[in-house]
Design a protein around this ligand. Structure first.
Ligand code: TXA
Ligand code: MG
Length: 335
């Protein structure tokens, strides 16, 4: 496909041959919109930082919201996250067994040494995983042979697409292929449950009703507002929805002060004691590197991280949003 193809030619029926082509595109780091039982997803190789950055760029999001990672098999999803030693390990297993494949997304700590891009979960230590209940989605995942990160396939602020035309109208030529298999059966996003804490928290109501989930696990779900209220102030670790380094961030810096590391951007930046988000000044490359570089610097034993100015356009807006939240102490932002 070239950028010149009209969008109508990118919408293809979800036939075997087209699903195979779609899987090849995913492996090449391209974006493919695909049907699930809930809504259409904008899919990218979850292990490819640049492809994940392209998802955020296509959606025109002013923020990096963490994305859901989809797999074809329960065991593949389970391999991406950590179960052992959690208060809710049993609950996680029961939910996966009962509701997958299906419209339930589970948030758990990411597995040690995971190859899933840090940008997928916006730098958080957790990962949202789901096995969709849709033949074309499962075939695509199986053939791509890797986890696929997929938010709903709409621009920021628009409603989730439940057919291929909605995707085309919202994303136009920002997607390399749209696999069409008609309207989505459920038409509502998946229910998202956070199992990283002591109690299960309903992060987003969705395709599987709260009562049905509560009956399956024989315990109540906390609502996000209740969970927030019970969370100790200044303890963003447990449920923190935003990545924050342990050392202070200083924004709009010209260079590093003694004891600081520099998170640089652009061709003019100093090289000493610095990591450069993108020497070429490419904001998608910068987004792809953001969380991984912040973590590296945070773990390097410095007293603080000085961050050079990032242009407030394109993905630069989302990068700056996350940097401002990470720099603000005692603030957990919210979405
Ligand atoms: O039905 C669905 O879930 C669709 C289809 C394509 O699977 N996907 C979808 O993705 O709705 P998206 O990106 O539009 O919504 C993802 C939701 C957001 O509310 C996000 O905050 C939450 O999942 N989420 C993802 N990862 C998370 C994490 N690590 N911690 C907390 N929340 C997370
Ligand atoms: Mg969405």
């Amino acid at each position: 496909m070239t950028p010149m193809d009209p969008i109508s030619e990118r919408i293809v029926d979800a036939t075997e041959a087209n699903i195979t082509r779609a899987a090849e595109l995913i492996v090449q780091g391209k974006l493919v919109a695909f049907p699930t039982e809930t809504v259409y997803g904008l899919g990218a190789d979850a292990t490819n930082q640049r492809a994940v950055a392209a998802v955020f760029a296509a959606k025109d999001r002013p923020t990096f919201n963490p994305l859901i990672v989809h797999t074809a098999e329960r065991k593949d999803a389970e391999a991406l996250v950590r179960f052992n030693g959690l208060a809710l390990s049993q609950v996680a297993r029961a939910l996966a067994e009962t509701f997958w494949p299906g419209a339930l997304t589970i948030v758990l700590p990411r597995a040690e040494g995971s190859t899933v891009s840090l940008l997928v979960s916006a730098g958080l230590d957790s990962l949202a995983v789901r096995v969709p209940d849709h033949a074309a989605a499962l075939a695509l995942l199986g053939r791509a042979g890797r986890p696929i990160a997929a938010p709903s396939a709409n621009r920021a602020g628009a409603v989730s697409p439940t057919n291929a035309d909605h995707v085309a109208i919202s994303l136009g030529d920002r997607v390399d292929m749209v696999l069409d298999s008609g309207p989505c059966r459920i038409g509502l996003e998946s229910t998202v449950i956070d199992l990283t804490g002591e109690k299960p928290v309903l992060l987003r109501p969705g395709g599987i009703a709260q009562e049905v989930i509560e009956a399956a696990i024989e315990m109540p779900l906390l609502l996000l507002s209740e969970a927030d209220a019970s969370r100790p102030a200044k303890s963003p670790g447990l449920m923190g929805r935003h990545y924050a380094p342990t050392v202070p961030l200083r924004l709009e810096a010209e260079g590093a002060e003694p004891g600081e590391a520099l998170l640089a951007f652009g061709p003019e930046a100093p090289r000493r004691g610095a990591l450069n988000l993108s020497r070429r000044g490419d904001l998608e490359e910068a987004a792809a590197n953001l969380f991984a570089m912040l973590r590296l610097l945070d773990q390097s034993g410095v007293r603080g991280i000085a961050v050079m100015p990032i242009p407030e356009r394109g993905l630069g807006r989302a990068i700056n949003d996350r940097l401002r939240r990470a720099a603000a102490t005692g603030d957990d932002g919210g979405d």
